[in-house]
Design a binder for this molecule. Structure first.
Ligand code: FES
Ligand SMILES: [Fe+2]
Length: 374
């Protein structure tokens, strides 16, 4: 078993060795060098609209609280009481005037300052201002809220120049979104296996009947997959003759875009819209171990306006048909990577970087490899 990816292999278009998808030491390096240093999508700004609103977000064993403070700013903190370290909030979201620890009732303001700590008056030199919650970086990109555990990380805007403009072009209602549903699906596959599957169109023609339905909704020959360093887009133009989508006629339907739009942000978040549906989807590939992940699917509709029937059908189709078809591939891919009979393969990349090319997979592998070796 090798966890080396030689320059010769890379130059020859040989893919990242299989051990990268199950080895414990690779996973440990990813934990520290990828997940503890990169931006994590936690919510849409409208999930934190009012002062006192909060969400929590897990990054492996770490947990972060994001709050909206009086005055309107967002703040983020490590989810640990500064007395004896108790986890402060278990709920994924909620509303609270202050954060009170369930152990000995230390109470923190929404901006992290320690406000009350019973019995500390008996201490000679206890300075409350030195025991506030430990801050975490928080930023907003295109109305989505991200956190980063690395105080030195480059900003999101520096990391992904042009990403917001791309999103605004295809998703006109980005600022008016409201969460409709969010589910976490455990999958027995390494997070990179799942990412690879979502960033290539090579499998669309071959991997099952639902993918063929997707191909029929777009001008698949015009499907373009583009790498931009720490983000990537994969976008399919509409087909002129489409009258039905997801089993329903398009008459009177409304949508964000008639294109198939996807943007991936390093390392594990995708924001997308399926053609003819009036929702924005987010898809986050959270690792839970070297060979297990938790996929978070969320759908956001436009505030104050109901979902068209075609959109509801699209969400059903995503959850019950396309998603499971891909997840079956993820699981069988993981099993095969574990085989003694597989070590590495070849990227299928021709000169044209066309709709069936695996160049985004190679790009993603290079980013992972660079981060792991750093
Ligand atoms: S651990 Fe939180 S108050 Fe004691
Ligand atoms: Fe797929």
């Amino acid at each position: 078993m090798s966890i080396e990816w030689s320059e010769t292999d890379q130059a020859a278009g040989v893919s990242l060795p299989a051990a990268f998808f199950y080895d414990q030491s690779v996973f440990e390096r990813e934990r520290l060098r990828i997940f503890f240093r990169s931006w994590h999508l936690v919510a849409h700004v409208n999930e934190l609209r009012n002062p006192g609103d909060f969400v929590t977000h897990a990054i492996l064993e770490q947990s972060v609280i994001v709050t909206r403070i009086q005055g309107g700013e967002l703040r983020a903190f490590h989810n640990a009481c500064q007395h004896r370290g108790n986890r402060l909030i278990d709920a994924p979201r909620g509303h609270t005037p202050a954060i009170t620890c369930a152990y000995h009732a230390w109470t923190y303001a929404l901006d992290g300052r320690l406000r009350g700590a019973p019995r500390t008056e008996c201490l000679k030199n206890f300075d409350k201002s030195r025991h506030g919650l430990k801050p975490v970086r928080v930023e907003v990109l295109a109305s989505f809220v991200f956190v980063n555990l690395d105080p030195e990380a480059q900003s999101l805007a520096e990391m992904a120049p042009g990403a917001e403009a791309q999103m605004r072009k295809y998703l006109p209602d980005l600022d008016r979104l409201t969460l409709i549903e969010q589910v976490d699906v455990p999958v027995a596959a390494n997070w990179k296996v799942i990412q690879e599957n979502s960033i290539e169109g090579y499998h669309f023609d071959y991997s099952g009947p639902v993918h063929k339905q997707l191909v029929k909704l777009i001008d698949f020959e015009g499907y373009k997959l583009e790498e931009h360093d720490k983000y990537w887009t994969y976008i399919g133009p509409p087909r002129k003759d489409v009258t039905h989508a997801y089993g329903l006629p398009l008459d009177n339907a409304r949508w964000q875009t008639d294109w198939f739009f996807n943007i991936g942000l390093w390392p594990n978040a995708t924001i997308y819209a399926f053609p003819y549906s009036d929702v924005v989807g987010t898809f986050i590939m959270n690792p839970t171990g070297p060979e297990t992940s938790s996929l978070r699917f969320a759908y956001y509709g436009v505030e104050g306006r109901g979902l068209p029937e075609v959109t509801k059908a699209c969400i059903r189709w995503m959850n019950e048909e396309l998603g499971p078809e891909d997840i079956r591939l993820n699981i069988s891919n993981q099993k095969g990577l574990r085989s003694m009979g597989f070590e590495k393969g070849r990227y299928i990349i021709g000169d044209s970087l066309d709709n069936r090319s695996e160049h985004l997979v190679r790009h993603f592998h290079r980013l992972c490899h660079e981060a792991i070796r750093s």
